[in-house]
Design a protein around this ligand. Structure first.
Ligand SMILES: [Fe+2]
Length: 273
């Protein structure tokens, strides 16, 4: 028997549309003489991974049925603007092209993707898509929008952790784009990044000086996870632990690495209810 919960969390028609849309955009790029479709395929994979992470959160948080549906739709569509952005500008750097959250909103409206949804759902999904790549969320958001925006941002970070872990455990040299062109020099570090990690704060990209700083910054995202379920995923997926374990076993990283690993390890070993 189809329950309310079952039907509200079923977004298969949206997933089908998304797959067809992404394939169509990729085909346009592939047909170009110097087309490079690889980065677009990565965005298709990323979108599905973020949806998967969001589904795990929705399954364990006490959201309403409507809130769950908003979260899943926002996760699926959060990067829908990436395809058009790449076709038009051949980059994913918003600063050099356009805001991909805003472009995503325009595409969802043009394509009438959410016209069949309840207006409250439509409004919250569009808001979460446009907010997902803001540096910080504004205060005082309506509850449904805030929940969806937090779910998407956490789910997004969880997938970035996986991508970074897979890349940094592979053979060197690292891809400069993936490591933000940072040097992989053991003696180079940022006091500000280490200080943030010691104080239990999220480190800032602007302070990064080396690949090791970047590993540590990714570990500090733990302090930015908004839900119990995303904190749990953060630890259970193991990617953050791998990234931190890759830090040098000497000062100044040794103590901060140990401190963070203990914090995450304690959570992993705690009984889950
Ligand atoms: Fe995004």
């Amino acid at each position: 028997m189809e329950t309310n919960l079952g039907s509200a969390s079923f977004i298969g028609d949206h997933e089908e549309w998304f797959a067809a849309y992404a394939a169509n955009r990729c085909a346009i790029e592939a047909a170009r003489p110097s087309g490079d479709v690889g980065p677009m395929h990565l965005k298709t994979r990323h979108s599905m991974a973020v949806l998967n992470n969001a589904r795990r959160m929705v399954d364990s948080e006490r959201f309403s049925v409507v809130q769950g549906r908003i979260c899943l739709l926002a996760a699926l569509y959060h990067d829908v603007g990436r395809f058009e952005q790449y076709l038009r500008f051949h980059t994913f750097k918003d600063k050099e092209s356009c805001n991909h959250g805003q472009l995503g909103l325009r595409i969802l409206k043009q394509e009438k993707r959410l016209d069949g949804e309840d207006p409250a759902i439509r409004k919250a999904v569009l808001a979460a898509v446009i907010l997902h790549n803001r540096f910080a969320l504004p205060e005082g958001l309506p509850e449904d929008t805030a929940i969806a925006a937090h779910v998407v941002r956490d789910a997004d970070k969880l997938d970035i952790l996986q991508v970074m872990d897979e890349h940094l455990k592979g053979p060197k040299p690292y891809n400069p784009t993936v490591v933000l062109s940072l040097p992989d020099t053991a003696g180079m570090y940022s006091e500000a990044v280490i200080q943030a990690a010691l104080e239990g704060r999220v480190a800032a990209y602007a302070d990064l000086r080396s690949v090791n700083d970047f590993r540590l910054l990714l570990g500090t995202w733990f302090f930015d996870m908004h839900f119990d379920s995303s904190r749990r995923q953060f630890v259970e997926d193991g990617h953050a632990l791998n990234l931190l374990q890759g830090l040098p076993d000497f000062p100044p990283y040794k103590a901060v690495r140990q401190g963070l690993l203990e914090k995450l390890g304690a959570l992993r070993d705690a009984p889950s209810y």
